[in-house]
Design a protein around this ligand. Structure first.
Ligand code: ARG
Ligand code: ZN
Ligand code: CA
Length: 336
């Protein structure tokens, strides 16, 4: 029982940054960079999770179980426990896994004809997802030497299973999951235990995308991306025209937290090889950017920088993502 209580306390830290006192810091950061007016860019995937916990106390216990499964999977891979070493550090698990393929359904829900994005635009997004997750992205070699050997080929790839299209009178959908419900004029997910469902529709409020973390309701499972931030060609808008919003949201969908742990220095993203930070970074930060007495891994997909300035997952993030795809993991059904 004690262990569970401790776990819950740790999990509650995730949400601390969404509280008012922490908001100030990030709010200033946004205004300083002048990118997005208002606070809507902050914590959307996390806010949705927080709502789920409020309306369903069992959600927190499921999260805790997923963390336990992740910890024991990573532990089992460490040298001396059947693992064979090699994550760039003697204590870190090896990072070689079978390549797995996740099938993807894309649901395009449009009001304007521009929002009815082309197949070419959808394919350009699939290409970015595959490049980023397999570390074949052309900017992969830009990581500073401090971080270069932590950059990961996650050995996860994606294939397009199908596209659905639907006209709607709605011009913006918000973050309350209506786009995922045919009863609300949206589109129901297709077999979410087996497929990554991606809804492409205008969210509004300056929000690029949001994701559901593992362990949530299957009826709302998947990620949502605004059409202008999906793919690299067609109806896209700089500086988020590199397809990296989807890379970031699929990171959440596979259980990654923001790189700064959504809080102060001691708040964790549960990843060993990502330095602690106390804030999101925006724009295109120069290296080194130092917070919490270490250099931020600003080029990580789970920071908030522009698409052109994020180009890596770390080995530790890879282990978290691979954990939920293992047999017994919360997203094992995606792998066939
Ligand atoms: N959920 C974040 C938002 O809506 C996504 C940030 C993605 N960052 C990016 N450079 N594409 O702001
Ligand atoms: Zn995020
Ligand atoms: Ca970390």
């Amino acid at each position: 029982m004690k262990k569970i209580i401790l776990g819950f306390a740790a999990l509650s830290l995730i949400f601390a940054s969404c509280n008012k006192d922490e908001m100030t810091n990030e709010q200033e950061q946004i205004n300083y960079n002048g990118e997005i007016a208002g606070k809507s860019r902050i914590c959307k995937s996390n806010e949705v999770l927080e709502e789920q916990i409020k309306s369903n106390p069992g959600r927190l216990q499921v999260l805790e179980e997923i963390e336990n499964q992740t910890k024991s999977f990573i532990q089992s891979k460490r040298p001396g426990n059947g693992g064979s070493g090699g994550g760039g550090n003697d204590n870190e698990p090896p990072t070689d896994f079978p390549v797995v393929t996740i099938p993807v359904y894309v649901h395009v829900i449009y009001n304007s004809s521009q929002e009815n994005i082309s197949e070419a635009q959808i394919n350009s997004q699939m290409q970015v997802l595959n490049e980023d997750f397999r570390m074949t992205n052309s900017d992969a070699n830009q990581a500073p030497s401090e971080f270069a050997d932590r950059a990961a080929d996650t050995q996860i790839q994606f294939t397009l299973a199908g596209i659905t299209r639907k006209f709607s009178n709605k011009t913006s959908w918000g973050t309350r999951d209506d786009m995922k419900k045919s009863s609300q004029g949206g589109v129901d997910p297709i077999d979410p235990a087996k497929y990554l469902n991606i809804w492409v529709c205008n969210i509004g409020g300056g929000i690029l995308g949001y994701a559901q973390f593992p362990g949530g309701s299957s009826s709302t499972d998947g990620v949502v991306i605004g059409p202008q931030y999906f793919g690299t060609q067609g109806y896209v808008a700089a500086p988020f025209d590199g397809g990296r919003t989807t890379t970031h949201e699929v990171g959440h969908y596979l259980n990654l937290r923001h790189i700064w742990g959504d809080g102060r220095c001691r708040q964790d993203d549960y990843v060993n090889d990502t330095p602690s930070s106390d804030r999101a970074n925006y724009g295109c930060p120069s290296y080194p950017t130092n917070h919490c007495k270490s250099n931020d891994m600003t080029m990580n997909y789970m920071d908030y920088v522009d698409d052109a300035c994020m180009y890596m997952f770390s080995n530790g993030q890879k282990l978290r993502m691979r954990s939920v795809l293992e047999s017994g993991g919360a997203r094992a059904g995606l792998v066939n």
